[in-house]
Design a protein around this ligand. Structure first.
Ligand code: HEC
Ligand code: HEC
Length: 273
């Protein structure tokens, strides 16, 4: 009788301890469902006024190099036609990160800088070019939906060879530089993976990447979570000799579960005698 009570108590404790894990799995499923719904909403909002504004900005700030029609040829062999660079996402990335419009002749690795347009005008440019070249998709990313551990794994497989595990970046030869990722935003990560700027391949080296599918969106969220950790956690960047908070709480949990199981087992054995 007493033995049964203790056994049930032990099971209840174990069940309680396991509940958070199950809860997390369910919310991850919910996140996937939400991501699938969001996939239908990735087009930036569009309006004739926004499109007209985008055309005006394009003619003033971009056409002198990229040509009068974004979908047509550029004026110079060293300037890509925007028909080939990744549509609205590429414009959004290049203008948001201050790379475009190009200021000077610094070679292929264009430096990040302050954006020269406000958010509304950047959106207008992305809408106009996206429409003109037939790719208006801008990725929607949320590191909070991502799984940090999985992100670290994927990053190690796909990105670390060029950007380094700590995101510090590396020289790729010539004037090509795999830039530092220690201060980039999740949006930069998702857009770079979609468009493959410069020497970076489309998909960033992820096997089976396909823009907008539920699996690829999850992988991008996972990687964005890891890249965010490089920005917010100096231990991951390799900047501080100590300070990883991981093992302490994890060890504590293992200790409590382990001890709980031992106590239950001991009492059960004692109860048998
Ligand atoms: C002075 C010439 C010049 C102007 C003006 C200019 N660009 Fe560019 N653009 C370039 C060159 C050169 C590249 C190729 C950079 C490289 O080597 O990756 C480029 C690349 C790009 C790319 C591809 C980025 C990548 O790496 O995938 C986009 C998108 C782009 N430009 C958009 C724009 C937009 C939008 C404007 C106007 C707001 C603009 N550019 C104005 C010269 C220019
Ligand atoms: C073959 C080397 C290579 C691989 C693999 C690669 N990248 Fe890149 N990445 C680059 C280069 C080169 C640039 C700079 C492009 C430019 O400025 O035109 C870049 C740019 C970026 C940027 C833009 C940073 C900024 O300042 O806006 C991000 C974000 C990025 N990469 C993330 C990733 C992620 C995440 C992966 C893995 C899924 C990855 N890269 C895989 C070479 C690589």
């Amino acid at each position: 009788m007493r033995r049964t009570a203790i056994l049930f108590g032990g099971i209840a404790v174990l069940a309680l301890l396991l509940t958070p894990a199950t809860g997390a799995a369910t919310s991850r499923g919910a996140a996937r469902a939400a991501a699938a719904t969001a996939a239908a909403q990735q087009q930036p909002e569009d309006s004739p006024a926004l499109n007209a504004r985008g055309r005006e900005l394009y003619q003033n700030a971009c056409a002198s190099c990229h040509g009068p029609d974004p979908n047509g040829p550029s004026y110079y062999p060293t300037v890509p036609s925007l028909a080939d660079t990744g549509g609205a996402a590429a414009v959004n990335w290049a203008v948001r990160t201050g790379r475009m419009p190009w200021k000077d002749n610094k070679g292929p690795a264009i430096e990040r800088g302050e954006p020269r347009f406000n958010d509304e005008d950047i959106r207008a440019l992305a809408v106009y070019v996206g429409k003109a070249v037939g790719d208006a998709q801008i990725p929607d990313v949320d590191p909070a939906r991502g799984d940090l551990q999985r992100g670290r794994e994927l990053y190690g497989q796909a990105c670390a060879a060029c950007h380094g595990m700590n995101g510090a970046g590396a020289a790729l030869g010539g004037q090509n530089i795999a830039v530092s990722l220690q201060d980039v935003t999740p949006q930069d990560v998702a857009e770079a993976i979609k468009i493959g700027p410069g020497q970076m391949p489309v998909g960033g080296g992820l096997a089976d990447y396909e823009f907008g599918t539920a699996d690829s969106r999850q992988e991008v969220d996972d990687i964005a979570a890891y890249v965010e950790s490089l920005r917010t956690d100096p231990y991951n960047r390799g900047g501080a000799p100590i300070g990883g908070k991981g093992p302490v709480p994890e060890g504590f949990v293992a200790w409590v579960i382990g001890l709980g199981v031992l106590v239950v087992a001991a009492r059960w054995i004692a109860g048998r005698g």
